[in-house]
Write a protein that binds this ligand. Structure first.
Ligand code: ADP
Ligand code: MG
Length: 322
């Protein structure tokens, strides 16, 4: 049986990534990072709890990917570039058949974004994965939730709702054929962090966040923080490729309220539409204009005839009891 140190060595610190600012990685009491002048650190943690954020039997490679992807997505939503991350993990047992693919999925995504694993903690306990990620951005250029302005356009990256559709299929709420399910499940299990888009939007977008709990609820955070309201044109929402073949009502519901898409929702002045499209092209990431920031508070969902929809649309909230 592997000792804790052998486990860390074998699965988390073989061939560690380098980063120009990483002075010391795994192995000492702390990792050391050299900050750059004029830059701010961006720091975020996300905890994934078995049975709450993922099914206990989920493919460990996907889980490794997703654990880091949701953290990279937070950096993207702030306009930060990755510096490194720590991994605090509780494992019920030393199961190498699980650890090997988990670390492969995790470290493959780390390599893709040059975001080294720089430390962590390993303990025995119910499966729980907590990653803290560090990034940096030029001081003052963070895409904050407080920064939306009346007259801004609201934009969304990629497409919405396929992750929710995969979840619905897993819960037997809808039926999908094998090919459709595989496509939607990839969106649920291996989301793509929109780092390049976040960087391209520095100094251009006003407010931004990533959609983890559903568009209406997450956009609500921007509205509350910025003390503004919004109108969403429901018929302009980019619908996920798999969801697009479902009934219209389900498309709307999942695109508006489905979680786990990890797309960026951001606002930018309507005078800068062409710059936004150019930034999206630079980042090789499609974006769609879905509405506007207005002065009256609250969120209104409009159809193409400008008729307001009165859907009871709520985002996911862990502490809601109904
Ligand atoms: P400490 O006694 O300070 O808690 P540990 O013995 O837990 O240190 O860890 C030894 C080294 O291994 C430290 O550099 C720590 O950051 C790193 N480490 C521990 N667990 C992990 C992990 N799951 N992933 C990456 N690095 C880890
Ligand atoms: Mg420790």
């Amino acid at each position: 049986m592997l000792s804790e140190f052998d486990l860390i060595k074998k699965y988390f610190s073989v061939k560690p990534l380098t980063h120009p600012q990483l002075a010391l990685g795994i192995g000492d009491d702390c990792a050391l990072i050299n900050p750059q002048p004029g830059m701010q650190l961006a720091i975020s943690s996300d905890m994934l709890v078995s049975g709450r954020h993922f099914f206990p039997d989920v493919d460990p490679r996907s889980l490794g990917h997703k654990s880091l992807a949701v953290n990279l997505s937070d950096l993207a939503a702030m306009g930060a570039s990755p510096l490194g991350f720590t991994l605090a993990i509780a494992l019920p047992e030393v199961n190498e058949a699980w650890l090997a693919p988990f670390s492969e999925g995790l470290l493959a995504l780390a390599r893709q974004f040059n975001c080294p694993l720089i430390g962590g903690d390993t303990t025995k306990g119910p499966l729980n994965i907590c990653i803290t990620i560090l990034g940096e951005l030029p001081s003052g250029l963070a895409l904050k939730r407080t920064a939306a302005q009346v007259g801004d356009d609201i934009w969304i990256s990629g497409a919405l709702g396929d992750a929710r559709l995969a979840l619905a299929a897993l819960k037997n709420e809808v039926r999908l054929d094998a090919e459709a399910f595989a496509k939607a499940a990839a969106r649920l299990h291996t989301p793509t962090p929109r780092i390049a888009l976040g960087l391209a939007l520095r100094g251009l977008a006003h407010a931004a966040l990533d959609i983890s709990d559903g568009l209406t609820g997450d956009l609500g955070h921007i509205l509350a923080a910025s003390a503004v309201g919004a109108e969403i044109d429901v018929d302009s929402l980019p619908i996920g490729a798999v969801l697009a073949s479902q009934k219209n009502a389900l498309q709307r519901q999942f695109a508006l309220t489905g979680g786990d898409d990890y797309e960026l929702c951001f606002t930018a002045s309507s005078t800068r539409r062409s710059q936004v499209l150019t930034a999206a092209q630079t980042a090789n990431t499609p974006v769609t204009r879905i509405g506007r920031i207005v002065a009256p508070t609250g969120l209104r969902i409009l159809d193409k005839n400008k008729k307001e929809l009165s859907l009871a649309l709520q985002s996911f909230d862990h502490f809601r009891t109904d």
